[in-house]
Design a protein around this ligand. Structure first.
Ligand SMILES: *Cc1c(COP(=O)(O)O)cnc(C)c1O
Length: 244
């Protein structure tokens, strides 16, 4: 068995234990395998081990990888989880099933305009800067309702929920406290009339805390595919090298 298959088994076991430990139903939490920086062959290995949902963060890298995975495309689901500039929206609208990183209306409008007419609605999450990090993307929690109402009105999109990437923390209780804020925010938005069902939160180092706080989707890269090179050494991290 490949090491990716081994790692996937271990992550699924971790996830299932986390879900059962807090009395939830394993069917309520989905695993996205974050394959950014890893080649198409790594995705194939994960696919052979039963994985169907994948996450990518860099538009050009993702488009090139997907072109090598056309045979798997009908049977897989692709989630764009990285920062999105409006000049790349065309590619994301054409190739992805989900976008988790909506943090301004302009991007959602571009995706709505550019989503191919025959395609299923593009599923969206609004990214929230839940722990007020100065350099992170994401809408402020107090602005999430207005953005959600505006996004919800756009055609060819379906707003599903909220996403966050909190600063790394060692203490599981503090991790859980931050994730619980995103869960509470979703409840507030639903009380205000939205119908959100997706909380995209939790990564390799904090998925247990995210599940305990109500995550319905966890996005796991390192624990499945291994360590990534530092961002500065990644081929597609520089905006100038990306397609437009
Ligand atoms: C890279 C990335 C992940 C995966 O992080 P790991 O710590 O490698 O599991 C999850 N979510 C987002 C938005 C990412 O960019």
């Amino acid at each position: 068995m490949s090491s990716i298959a081994d790692h996937l088994l271990a992550v699924r076991a971790r996830l299932e234990r986390a879900v059962l430990d807090c009395g939830r139903d394993p069917k309520q939490v989905r695993l996205i395998a974050v394959s950014k920086t890893f080649p198409a062959e790594a995705v194939r290995e994960a696919y052979r081990a039963g994985q169907r949902a994948f996450g990518e963060s860099y538009v050009q890298e993702a488009v090139e990888k997907l072109s090598r995975l056309q045979d798997l495309r009908p049977d897989t689901e692709w989630h764009f989880i990285g920062p999105l500039q409006s000049n790349k929206a065309k590619h994301v609208a054409a190739h992805f099933d989900w976008v988790h990183s909506i943090d301004r209306l302009k991007i959602a409008q571009r995706l709505s305009d550019l989503r191919p007419a025959g395609a299923a609605a593009l599923q969206l999450c609004i990214q929230v800067n839940i722990d007020a990090q100065p350099t992170k993307s994401g809408v402020a929690p107090e602005d999430a309702l207005d953005l959600a109402l505006a996004v919800q009105a756009l055609p060819r999109l379906r707003l599903r929920g909220l996403m966050c990437i909190p600063a790394p923390q060692k203490d599981p209780r503090e991790q859980r406290e931050v994730f619980a804020r995103l869960a509470n925010l979703m409840h507030d938005l639903n009380r205000a009339g939205l119908q959100l069902d997706t909380l995209s939160m939790g990564m390799s180092d904090d998925l247990e805390a995210a599940v305990a706080a109500g995550a319905t989707v966890v996005r796991v890269g390192t624990a499945i595919f291994g360590a990534r090179p530092p961002v500065s050494a990644q081929p597609h991290s520089s905006p100038s090298s990306e397609l437009t």
